[in-house]
Unconditional design. Sequence first.
Length: 387
Amino acid sequence: MAQMFAGIAKDLTKLGGKTVTKLVTPEEKDTFLFKLVSLITGWKNSLKGVGYFAGSALLAVSYELALGTMMGIVALAIPWAILGLDRSLGTAKKSNAKGWRQVFALDNTNLNLLSAARLFLFASRDFWFEVPLPFYLRSPGCEGLGTQLCSIDADCVRGAICGMEGYCENMAVGGGCGGLGLGRTLVGAFLGGYIILYGQVQSWTPQLVTGPLNQTPPNKFTEILWGVINCMPTLIMCIVMAFAPAFENHDLTTMTVYFIIVIVFFAIIFAINSSIHSFLVVKYAKHDAVAKSVGFYYMSNACGRLFGTIGSGILYTYVGEYYGDKAGTNGTAGLAACFLAGTICSLIAALITVKIDDNEEGLKCGPCTLVKESEKNDEEEKREPEP
C-alpha cells in the first residue's frame, strides 16, 4: 500500500512538471520546448540515480533512516511549489471536465499511438532492468551450491553463504544463480550510475545528439530510427549470455565488462528515445487539455512498466533450469530471455510509431537525408511570403 501511494505521488509530480512546459512555451517554439522538456526530465532522472546511491547506503544502516531522509527531502521541496508557482497555471476550463467520458476520450490518434509505443518502449527496459538485473548482479555462481562442503562463507563462490548443514548455498534462492555475487551497496551504485548517465544524456540530447544530426525538433521518423537502434544492445546481450564462453565458464571479469559496456550503451540510446518521446507527447497534446493528454500517456507508461516487470519475473524464474533448493534456477538463461523480450518490445514500439501521422518534416542524419520532406510541406514553404 505504501509503495502504491508513493507511486501515485511521484506520477502526479511528473505529470505537473511535464504539463507546465507546454503551458509556458509558445506554440511555434518547438525547438525550445524540446530542450526544456529534455532538461527537466533528464535532471529528474539524474537525481533519481543519486537517490539509488543514497538509498542503498542508508538501507545498510536502517530502513527507517532511509524513509526519514526521503521524507525530509520531499518536505524541502514543498515551499518552492507553494510559493513559486502561479496559482492559475494549468487551471482547467469548465468545458474540459464534464465527467469521466471526456477524461478518457480517445480522439487524439497521434497521442494514442505514441502512448501505445511508450508502453512497449518502457517494457523493453523493465523486462530486464527493474527486477532481473539486480537479482542477477547479487546472485552467486551456480557451481558448488548444495554440493561443496564449507566451514565459512569464504569457502564458497562470491555471493554464496555457508549453510547450517555445512554446504555452500544461495542466500536468496528465488534470485537464481550464475550472476556476479555483488553486495547490496555495489548493486545500488551500479543501478544509480545507470540512471544518472541516463538522465544526463536525456538532458543534453537536443544539444549533443539530435541537434548535430539535424533532427531537432524531432518527429516520428526520428523516434523510429532511434527505436530500432534501441533493439541492438539488448539483442547483443541476449546472444552473449546465451552463447559466450565467459558466461558458461562464469568468468566474472569478462561478464562484468560485458554488462558495463552493454548497459552504458543502452542507457545512452534509451535516454535519447525517452527524450524524443517526452517531447512528442507534449507536442501532440492539445493545448486546452495538456494535463489529460500527458496523464493518459503516463498511464500507458505505467502499464508498460507493469507488463515488463511481471513478464520479467515469469521469464527470469521459469526459463532457466532448476538446480535444487540450495541453488535455485539458472539466472543466466532467465536474464537472457528477459533481454530477448526487451528487444521484441523495442521493435514493437518502433512499428507502432510508424502509424503516427507526422510525416511533414522527413528525417536527416547530419548532411544525409534518410526520408524526404513531404511535398505538402515543401509547397507551404514556397507559399510563405518573403520578409
